[in-house]
Design a protein around this ligand. Sequence first.
Ligand code: SF4
Length: 366
Amino acid sequence: MRHFVTCMLAALALGHSAFGKPIELGASIQLTGPLANTARYYRDGYQFAVDKINAAGGVKLGNAREKIVLRMLDNQSDTNLSVRQYVQLVTQDKVNFLLGPYASDFVLARDPRRAPPRLKPQPRVADLPLPLTFSELRYYFQCPYDFKLRFLYGFDAPVDRALGFGKSLHDALCQIHAESIRGNVPTIADVPTLVEDHLHLPFANEEVRQNSIRGAEKALRQYIQRHGEQLTRLEHAEKAIELKLADGIVVTGRIDLIRRTDTDEIAIVDLKSAEDTQPQEMTRLQLQVYAAGYQKAVGKDADLIEIHNLEMGHVHREEVEQSVVQETLNRVVDAGKQIRDLNLPKLEKWCETCRRCDMAGICRTG
Ligand code: SF4
């Protein structure tokens, strides 16, 4: 009704005194369709007003009175049809005035000046950060489908009775390094206390516990004997790194140890127990990423990467080559993109990786 009154006042204000024929009002209303239940009040309101005005002699324009004719079209609750009908009312039927429809989206649709602005197209999720740790990435590099089963579907490896041994050994070594940086290099005599303080094996039976104590003490004694002299040249222990790469890929991690050699070169060190079943090739990739993370965090290039096998006492050492580091970072960015696109297929055929895979039972049998 408010639309109606507005239109009529506008007509009077324009001072049309010489229509000489009925004044035609046009409207497109939801006479059918899902909005018809409410829109019928508009239909009834418009019709009621027209009937009342005509019954009183019509609209007074100057010295004359003109009757009103209402041309009402059914837009079937369809905004597109409503727009076409309003165009038709103006261009073909040539009504004198338009009456508004019911519902905001119909009002906005018929008036291009009030149409909501179109959203600017945005890239899908390309700029959202994708944080990854190397512990996650290594599963992707071994088999993308293994990554999917673990981190997207939540499957995990069966619990080992010795679970926690590797973490306990790492914690004891972390204390050795922290004490060394403070100037108190631990000795072999400290080993039993270190093991007692850090060994935590929640699933072990007594036999496994006793074997683990012996194994941990042997590994720590061996480490202090072989590397005790180097413990006076430590720079950082458990150094956190965060590497922001292309396309929002972010790699986070902790470097076990950063130390100077006797010729003052910087070595990035990873300490591996037998529980860390990761192939050495994977650890080399990890340390190249960490070398880039160290450069970013400290502003200096690392010279060497070292992988220490704690139980066997082996040390693998190699020089850091910037071209190899860059190649590895490119692989990480590509991995991040595939993970983001959920392009995580199985290995093409059964192989040695499948034979050692915890997920083989739910993935394939040979
Ligand atoms: S069994 Fe093979 S293909 Fe399947 S998840 Fe493991 S490594 Fe991948």
